[in-house]
Write a protein that binds this ligand. Sequence first.
Ligand SMILES: [Zn+2]
Length: 379
Amino acid sequence: MRDNFSFKVPGEVKFDSIEILPEVIEEKALEKPLLVSDNGLQEAGLVKRVKDILKDGDIDFEIFLGVQPNPSMENVDNGYARYKEHDCDSVICLGGGSSIDAGKAIAILATNDGNIIDYAGMHAVENSPVSIIAIPTTAGTGSEVTPVAVITDEEKNYKFTIYSYKIIPETAILDPDLAASLPADIAASTGMDALTHAVEAYLSKISHPFADAVAEKSMELIGKNVRKFVADRKNHEAAAGMLLGSMFAGLAFSWGRLGNVHAMAEPLGVYFDIPHGVANAVLLPVVLDYNALADEGKYQRIFNYISRKNVDNFRPELLAKEVYELNEKLGIPGSLSELKVDSDYIPDMAEDAMKSGNVKINPRQTTYADICQLYQEAL
Ligand SMILES: [Zn+2]
């Protein structure tokens, strides 16, 4: 454990029905929020549901649906142009991590000059952004409670991270019924992303008691519910468990940070357009196997949260096997080759992965050559 650490408790989390949204807006005296979402959620009918709730509540608002998966700087610029054109004063993010991250970036531009990439890195956001209300529709990124937004620079083929306490959403509304329309494969990959957040934060070199506590709660909830949730997204109890689990995982990695899995997943998104959750799920057992050498007892606790087996003589190697089998049960691809990843790109991807701060806090020291080897194993 570190001998010094700090954490901030984020904005308000309301575990409640989405119907409370107009009340939340009125409480904050917001006059014209920009609803940031995407076309997928429009097709799923969720955008209309929120629009109807806002209209019934007599709330004046504008809509921006131009967020793509792995949101780009261009998405953010277009969203901010809409924000400005319609004199908005706040942002409501509806969706998975992409919509919430894009919404955070738009809220930054609303109060800070320049280009969104100027705010990349740690604590580079100068002025507090406008109010952000985040409504997650996947049990996944935990972005509704994190100080993080990940945006893609499409020209340079690179994803950058904005990390600032100022962009933690003021309010998150967690409504399990919103996850009911998720396709099974997205429920599986976003659920494994959430589990990866909890596991990496728990094992990271800079984890501390607060991050550990929320990571353990998260792993308990996800371990208990992920199978049931993927089997039936309309299972209210399972959806509630997953939504809370992914939120706790978001808190865990906000303060405990991540590790090699996330460092290696980002380039897979950039080079091969592999969704973040799928990349993490495939890499997690490979990296857990590599990190087993550094285990100080936490592996068995993770195993007990996610497995349904009782084992007498636990060895750290069993955890990677268990995660691999869980992926299989949830219908997640077993290797990067199944995702058409080309080994020629490994040197470039490894170079990008090494730029991530997460490699430095991975429990087992990792070099460029190690990352190349891990990609190779994941193939
Ligand atoms: Zn993630």
